[in-house]
Design a binder for this molecule. Sequence first.
Ligand code: GUN
Length: 296
Amino acid sequence: MSAKLLKGAEVAKEIRAELKAEVERLKEKHGVVPGLVTILVGENPASQSYVRAKQQTAHELGFYSVQDNQPVDLNENKLLELIDMYNKDPKIHGILVQLPLPKHINEHKVLLAIDPSKDVDAFHPVNVGKLMIGEPDYLPCTPAGIQELLIRSGTEISGAEVVVVGRSNIVGKPIAMMLLQKAKGANATVTVVHTRTKDVQFHTKRADIVIAAAGVAEYVKGDMIKPGAVVIDVGVNEVGRTADGKRILKGDVAFNEAVEIASAITPVPGGVGPMTITMLMKNTVRACKVHNNIKD
Ligand code: GUN
């Protein structure tokens, strides 16, 4: 038996059509345009490709979008000044600083400098804290995309045993926090496994939903999954290049094995990735409405 494919690319397209209509309505009814700036420091090829995709989507949806490319040796204070400038710019509602940053820049200090009301990544400690107490203004993009995919695919989350593989601040910790909330699309029993977990397979094998966000290509093998489980693969691991220089990507799940055992699984690419970008756009539309005091 082959698992159903949870095609994030298709769901993301639906949500983007809804967002595009909302952007048009905001323009016509309120005379406002959502504004997003993406700041990229340096020339990391993966980051360049992510930022390009974010800018292209923003453009397609009719946003005011700014791509701010800065040299790899940009001084930390200069970056903080730049963020301050965008914090004060009324045309900009969402500020995204692409991670990772070069080593000489303190990432925590940079994330703290972003106005929490413009923090469309939801990485600022204020937004992380609000998420933890179940009162979020913005949901972090990848976890929000995962939750939306689970809901739209009809997966029963309430009461489910969810095992999250990986404890990053960007995915593992926030998705665990979101799915355990007493809320719609949540109420799961959540376990987080990580590099110091004694027996990872013991946990993944009893999970109704496995969320693989370890950052290791094909880490979750078929025999680590319970038959009929739903598998969400967050991994984007570059394992090589094609002859014409294109990146060859593999997820954190051994797809060919898992697809025979799971009831549903996200492909890589075309699964979680497109959902992440779409949730960023959703947050930016929300930020635009908050900043313009629009309640409808
Ligand atoms: N680097 C990898 N993922 C992300 C993300 O979601 N946001 C930002 N800003 N940087 C990233």
